[in-house]
Design a protein around this ligand. Structure first.
Ligand code: PMP
Ligand code: GLN
Length: 383
């Protein structure tokens, strides 16, 4: 059979490749972003309660009302903005689904989508599957602004065909965060156009050193044209549950749900009820930044004795580090070799660039227990 691939240039995602290799080698897995510790026992009890009490059939397509209300409440408490649970909040099967549905809702064949690379690997394929064309603004650690966005460059990439801009803050893989000035520059860029925005904000609660999370929601002008995606997997240490949400004004949500209803229709019911209860205790998400800051600091306190160089992550649970003074190997080769030879798996940052720009940087996930962080760092320090 001659099957014509819709994504001929795409292989298996790096997260699957590296996690499998880590398992095969018995290595410590600091590659794919997931915690190696469990969620709150209270959250487990709540899920177990709803599993055992008959909450096991299809949830409403947009999500269980109690959870949509809890998400709207959290959004209002944190960002002072009001999203209507019935028409502007949708529960999805992970942020990956939210991103795909939002992209599919707005991108027509030939539309251009501005991506800031390095970027999360699901964006470009989702754009391409919809006939869209990714247009890249490349952020280089070597440029004067480092991984920060040069808005003049972004402006130069906007055309009459630009339909969508995708932003990610806190950022995977670099750990940088957007500032209020970035949001203002973005507002200037899109003012007077029909450009839609997606805010990939799955790490909204994983942000350090007292920084505020500058959500697209916090900017009046931007909010009106934005889909904002969140992930409970990240916030509550349950990446395997694949549950998240999308906030967007009613007109955008209407289009979003047209896609969501044919992708997954709805999301696992007992977990939705459990999360609705769990969100009623704000400390459950307010404690997350300190929890992860301690992890980042622990990891970096060990890594400071290494030959890696790095700028501490401002957010996310990833730390990037340059190994230029250690070896000149390509980052992909090094990530593979370190998994085999020292039992530490990481992600080569070049995979997040469409032309595989290799700045000799690896990404380490520090969502690990302290003992794993110490043992992994000891091996990295020996390089
Ligand atoms: N966006 C970014 C930047 C991510 O790192 C991830 C990682 N999982 C996702 C989206 C997808 O989130 P989810 O697991 O909820 O689908
Ligand atoms: N977001 C995770 C990471 O960046 C991976 C998610 C996935 O494996 N799809 O590592």
């Amino acid at each position: 059979m001659n099957l014509s691939s819709k994504l001929p240039h795409i292989g298996t995602t790096i997260f699957t490749v590296m996690s499998k290799l880590a398992t095969d080698c018995g290595a410590m897995n600091l590659s794919q972003g997931f915690p190696n510790f469990d969620a709150s026992p209270r959250l487990m009890e709540l899920v177990s309660y709803y599993l055992r009490h008959g909450f096991n059939q299809y949830a409403p397509m947009a999500g269980v009302p109690a959870l949509r209300e809890a998400i709207a409440q959290k959004t209002s408490d944190l960002y002072g903005v009001s999203y209507h649970p019935d028409t502007e909040v949708t529960v999805v099967s992970g942020a990956t689904e939210a991103l795909y549905a939002a992209i599919t809702a707005v991108v027509h064949p030939g539309d251009e989508v501005l991506l800031f690379e390095p970027c999360y690997d699901s964006y470009a394929p989702a754009v391409e599957l919809n006939g869209g064309v990714p247009v890249y603004v490349t952020l280089s650690p070597l440029s004067a602004r480092g991984y920060r966005i040069d808005w003049a460059v972004a402006k130069s990439k906007i055309s009459a065909k630009t339909k969508l801009i995708i932003l990610n803050t806190p950022h995977n893989p670099t750990g940088v965060t957007l500032t209020r000035a970035d949001l203002d520059a973005l507002a200037e860029l899109v003012r007077g156009t029909d450009i839609v925005l997606i805010g990939d904000e799955v790490y909204e609660h994983i942000i350090f050193d007292g920084r505020a999370h500058h959500s697209l929601l916090t900017h009046t002008e931007l909010r009106e044209r934005s889909f904002v995606c969140g992930s409970f997997g990240k916030t509550f240490h349950v990446t395997g549950w694949k549950i998240g949400y999308c906030l967007a004004p009613a007109a955008l949500t209407t289009e979003f749900r047209k896609i969501h209803q044919w992708l997954t229709f709805s999301t696992i019911t007992p977990i939705q009820y459990a999360l609705a209860d769990f969100l009623k205790e704000p400390q459950n998400y307010l404690d997350v930044p300190n929890f992860y800051q301690q992890k980042r600091d622990t990891f970096l306190s060990y890594l400071q004795h290494s030959r890696f160089s790095y700028t501490p992550a401002e957010g996310s649970f990833f730390q990037t580090a340059s190994y230029k003074t250690i070896t000149d190997e390509p980052d992909y080769d090094l990530a593979i070799r370190l998994t085999h030879e020292i039992g530490v798996a990481s992600i080569p940052v070049s995979v997040f660039y469409h032309q595989r720009d290799d700045h000799r940087i690896l990404r380490f996930c520090f969502a690990k227990d302290d003992d794993t962080l110490r043992r992994a760092a000891e091996r990295l320090c020996a390089l």
